[in-house]
Every structure is written in structure tokens, then in C-alpha cells.
Design a protein around this ligand. Structure first.
Ligand code: ZN
Length: 158
């Protein structure tokens, strides 16, 4: 089961990925009998650049900045406590066959991403950010309208 910290970590991801992760984690835990964690979700471009600059010290492969699915809310890293190769094969099986994601990278067995091209991930992410800006803008406009109405009511009452 995902912890509150892990749920917060996945909150901003693409809904197609985020909504499936609790069930995916539960299923892998049931099949392996081990705890499963989400160790990385959305990654800023700056963080990807940092990882790239320090890739010599990283045991996992690092994507060129701008080309990681993590930068577009379309990828996560999963770790299994005491996970063996067999456990990660189970993770890949569940991710691919039960949820239709891409996974099972030999050099990066905990990496899971949406099954789509990078350019599709980039445009879907841009669209989602645009929607979020619009929603935030609406919240502000409604907030101002309520504040204006409230003050108008108060003025009328005086
Ligand atoms: Zn990854």
C-alpha cells in the first residue's frame, strides 16, 4: 500500500498513470509478498539536468535532459524491498500485462512509463499544464467575485 508521502509523490502525474499506481503496487505486493515503493515521480528539467551531469555516479541509466518520461509526469520509479530479479520480473509482468505500461528495462527494472511516444507524452503534459492553469485561473476569478459580492453586501448592510 502506498504511504501518504508516496501518494503525494504521484499526485501531479498524468491521471492515466497516477490512478493505476495504487492497484499496481497492491498487486505486486500480493504476488511477491514484499513491500513496494514509488521512489520517484515527476522530475523537474533542472533535476534531470543534475542527474545527467552526475550520471557517472548513477547506477541506473539517465536520459538526456528533455527526453525523460519523468519530466512529463508519464514515468515513475518503483523499488521492491529486498527485490530479486524474479520480483522485478513480476513487476514488469503486472505493469505490462495488467496495466498496459512499458517496463522491464534490464538496466532499469524499476522504471515504469506510459506506453506512448515521447512526443505524445510531451504534448499531453503541456495540455494538462494548460488545463491546470485554466482551473487555477477560474478559482481566482470565482474567489475575486465572491470577495467583491461579500464586500458589496457588507456595504449595503451599513
Ligand atoms: Zn525512471
Amino acid at each position: 500500500m502506498l504511504s501518504p508521502v508516496e501518494l503525494a509523490r504521484i499526485a501531479v502525474l498524468r491521471p492515466e498513470l497516477r490512478n493505476a499506481l495504487p492497484a499496481l503496487v497492491d498487486r505486486v505486493e500480493a504476488r511477491t509478498g514484499k513491500r513496494v515503493h514509488i521512489t520517484s515521480g515527476l522530475r523537474s528539467h533542472a533535476k534531470q539536468q543534475y542527474l545527467w551531469d552526475h550520471r557517472a555516479e548513477n547506477p541506473n541509466p539517465v536520459a538526456i535532459p528533455g527526453t525523460s518520461f519523468h519530466e512529463y509526469g508519464a514515468g515513475v520509479d518503483v523499488s521492491i524491498d529486498g527485490g530479486t530479479q524474479q520480483d522485478y520480473a513480476t513487476l514488469a509482468d503486472v505493469a505490462q500485462n495488467d496495466f498496459g505500461f512499458c517496463s522491464g528495462y534490464p538496466a532499469d527494472p524499476g522504471h515504469i512509463r506510459l506506453n506512448e511516444s515521447l512526443s505524445d507524452a510531451q504534448s499531453a503534459w503541456a495540455q494538462l499544464q494548460q488545463q491546470r492553469v485554466t482551473i487555477a485561473g477560474c478559482v481566482v476569478v470565482v474567489g475575486i467575485a465572491i470577495a467583491f459580492t461579500t464586500s458589496a453586501v457588507q456595504r449595503t448592510r451599513r
